[in-house]
Write a protein that binds this ligand. Sequence first.
Ligand SMILES: [Zn+2]
Length: 398
Amino acid sequence: MIRLHSLMVVLGSALMLACSCVFASEDKPPAGMQTVQVTITHAPPAQTVLTCSRTGTPKNVILLVGDGMGLNDLSAAKAALGPAARTHTERSSSVALCSTNSANGPTTDSAAAATALLCGEKANRGSIGQAPDGRPLTSLFVKAKQAGKRTAILTSDEVTEATPAAAYAHVAKRGNDATIARQLLDSDIDLVIGGGRSVFRKLGPSGGAETTGAFLDGIPSNGFRPVQDLDSLRKVDLAEGKVMALLAEDSFDQTSPTNRLDLPAFTRMAIEKLNKSAPNGFLLLVEGTEMDDAAHDGNAALLLNEMVDFDQAVGQALEFAELDKETLVIVTGDHETGGVGLGAKVEQDKAQIAFACDGHTPALVPLMATGVGAPSFHGFIDNTDVAKIISSLMKQRR
Ligand SMILES: [Zn+2]
């Protein structure tokens, strides 16, 4: 009897605990958990299975990098779309998990991570396109040009920031933005779209920097035609030469309805411009930047909205791959930021998000691949493997 009584007490306590847990999740979110809403600005993801070919070697490669995007960022976007819905990213055919450590520690930053993703070697945190021993590293963008492809970068950040810079720059310190701007002007990237006019102003009006100082006044430099407004960008034909579209003074303000970069729309535009003028194919890097800032600031609403916006940019790339049949689309994060946690309550258009910290974590990040060559990405890989696999696929095509 005593035993039975004890069992009943235990069962009763468990039941009370279970009930209080249920009530807590229905009445108010647990401490630190923010319930946030998403605004969907583009068409919702199609729920059909993609049929684009997976075998062979890709003509075109589209790499979409979500700054700070971990698995729970993706899960939050899925939760907000509704229990039965899939995100665009979930339509991908292959999945891998990437380790992201830098050369000098278990965590990384966008500089070292983008160097790994685009150059295939580990760098120290803060270094771009440069090994710890100072060796300059060759990025996929240089290799793609050698293979006769067009190349392009699209970011809502400054075009000299760490992730895009790993495509073309070699610096020990990511803060050397004037040096990075000069290296961008020296590069052979066909199309650059983002913010950062203020960085180019630092290059000065005279001396060795004469051409770069005049760049913002409309004078081409190293074959780059400067563009500073959307209408001019729309008219651009890449067959006429390289273009750098600096559409904001600094980075875009993704919280502003008027000064934000519509990443899905620009992704579509970049793909169309490249495809029109790239008989040998293209390599496009698309960066979604604000998930990282949102997680650093504990801003769950911005995180969720930026994640859904990034997912819709992924949708544009997948839609092109589905029609084109010769394209590889890769989606990944450079690192996880914030130790993002999710709450139990799921509601349409909403997610419950909490942050374990305000910095970068060593969490594995998901990588999703679709299209030609996608099966090459599977299992546990390192972020340096991403560049190595893409490089190998591009070589096989030649
Ligand atoms: Zn960060």
